[in-house]
Design a protein. Structure first.
Length: 484
């Protein structure tokens, strides 16, 4: 890792012999983060105003609750990070800080010295994923949310709801030590009355222990000897779990709303015969469905199938490791003694296989079906095929978006070039100036690597550009939508 990027990581030993990780964000990253936080505050304030005259339709009330919680910084341990910090509308509900996308790929959590191991995914269209299941005929796990499918949806019947339950107690994200803390914090927020109207007056009717404020101000994870540090009686613990489920279902309801999952791109306008592709866009679409083989996994629809540009399976495309992930330096105890990444620089992300073996997961909102454990080896190194909708949505042309599970790729052109030439170009030498153009680094993992549809597509430079041009038609907002 270099010190000249968006963060600078320094390691120093204290007198007790515990190594502390100190992360300093550069002025450019801090400036952008301040802008994002101000925009989150603006959206939250605007949404809170709607509580004065809430909708009388229960579905719309649930959507309003979900939006309020997504933009609520108080649901993080240090009251400084909303879910939206990693999922803003101007970028298609993924990472909104260009400088972090350009460098680290991952984002800091509520404890700002802790970074995640992966780039943020979009939560638009996430509620349309099926509950994770095993398709025996095609030999694939299908569905779920998160890069590694670990939000299965098997418990709540909705992968997006279970995904929403991951970040609040993820130590490197929102960092609360107990799901009861999320319920306690929500009980103190202005939307409490609406929540009780929708979900019932029992939602927050808990006997909170006298030390709940102190406990919930301490970053997770909790001590192994005290995994539920908010000490509730059995009935209140059950009630807290139910309310936490309802919070997650509200968030998923908002993510499924016409404000987030809109189907308003130029591609949709063309399907509706309200627009036409340019010649380059049409050429790109023809390549997408033909020579480039994109449509095999990033499905554009079919009989009874929405064009969601994913098949909800997982694959290993051979993405190189991203050496700028701060996660590689999180192998030493931080100021609270937490070690996010015991493997340190030798960490290799096992993807779906890692979830199936439950190996050092940062959060686990869904239990693993033990019957799937034998599938771990054949899913090692595989990551969920993301939707291509809003893949190029950005607030201004020079804004950098990151691609791949670890954010290695910094442009659509780059990842298209990788799909085209991974197995054609030579391996890069250390510090090779041609990296990403005339050579590629080795894959992070070669396990189960896709060699059938990735690596040797035979596309010209102009054909790569045409594919990019087509994918830019998948940006929502081309058509208007009635969001009343």
């Amino acid at each position: 890792m270099t010190a000249s990027v968006a963060i600078m990581v320094t390691l120093s030993a204290n007198t007790a012999g515990v190594e502390e990780t100190s992360t300093t964000l550069t002025p450019e990253a801090l400036r952008e983060i301040a802008q994002v936080e101000a925009e989150i505050d603006r959206i939250e304030a605007q949404t809170l105003d709607r509580l004065a005259t809430p909708p009388d339709n229960q579905v719309q009330q649930i959507e309003l609750l979900g939006k309020l919680m997504l933009y609520d910084k108080h649901l993080s341990v240090n009251r400084n990070e909303a879910c939206a910090f990693c999922h803003m509308p101007e970028t298609g509900f993924t990472g909104p800080v260009s400088e972090l996308n350009r460098t680290t790929g991952s984002y800091p959590g509520s404890v700002r010295t802790r970074f995640s191991d992966r780039k943020p995914q979009s939560h638009a269209y996430a509620p349309l994923a099926p509950v994770l299941h095993y398709n025996r005929g095609q030999g694939d796990l299908v569905g779920g949310n998160f890069w590694d499918m670990r939000a299965t949806g098997r418990r709540l019947g909705n992968p997006a709801a279970e995904q929403a339950q991951g970040p609040p107690t993820n130590p490197v994200e929102m960092g609360l030590p107990d799901i009861a803390c999320a319920v306690y914090r929500a009980s103190q927020r202005p939307y409490r009355a609406l929540f009780e109207k929708v979900w019932g007056p029992q939602a927050f009717a808990l006997a909170w222990p006298s030390d709940v404020e102190q406990v919930c101000n301490q970053p997770g994870p909790p001590a192994a000897a005290d995994p539920l540090p908010v000490h509730l009686n059995k009935l209140d613990r059950g009630r807290a779990g139910t309310t936490f489920d309802q919070m997650a279902q509200s968030i998923a309801g908002y993510e499924a709303s016409a404000e987030v999952t809109t189907l308003t791109s130029k591609f949709d306008a063309v399907l509706a015969q309200k627009a036409q592709f340019t010649a380059q866009e049409q050429a790109g679409y023809d390549l997408f469905r033909g020579k480039a083989q994109c449509n095999a996994c990033h499905r554009d629809g079919g009989p009874g199938e929405d064009p969601l540009f994913t098949d909800f399976t997982a694959a290993n495309i051979g993405t190189p490791r991203n050496p700028q992930l701060p996660y590689y330096a999180e192998q030493r105890p931080d100021a609270r003694g937490y070690v996010a990444n015991p493997a340190g620089p030798s960490f290799v992300d096992g993807g779906v296989g890692r979830f199936l073996t439950e190996e050092n997961l940062l959060s686990q909102p869904s239990p693993v079906d033990a019957r799937w454990r034998p599938l771990a080896h054949e899913n090692l190194g595989r990551f969920r095929t993301p939707t291509l909708r809003n893949v190029d949505r950005r607030p201004y042309p020079s804004f950098v978006k990151a691609y791949g599970h670890n954010g290695y790729f910094k442009s659509l052109k780059s990842i298209v070039h990788f799909y085209n030439t991974r197995d054609v170009l030579p391996r890069c030498q250390p510090d090779d100036p041609g990296e990403g153009t005339t050579c590629w680094p080795a894959p992070e993992s070669t396990a189960n690597m896709n060699t059938k549809r990735v690596g040797r597509l035979g596309l010209s430079d102009a054909e790569e550009d045409a594919l990019v041009s087509f994918m830019q038609t998948l940006t929502d907002g081309y058509m208007s939508v009635d969001q009343r």
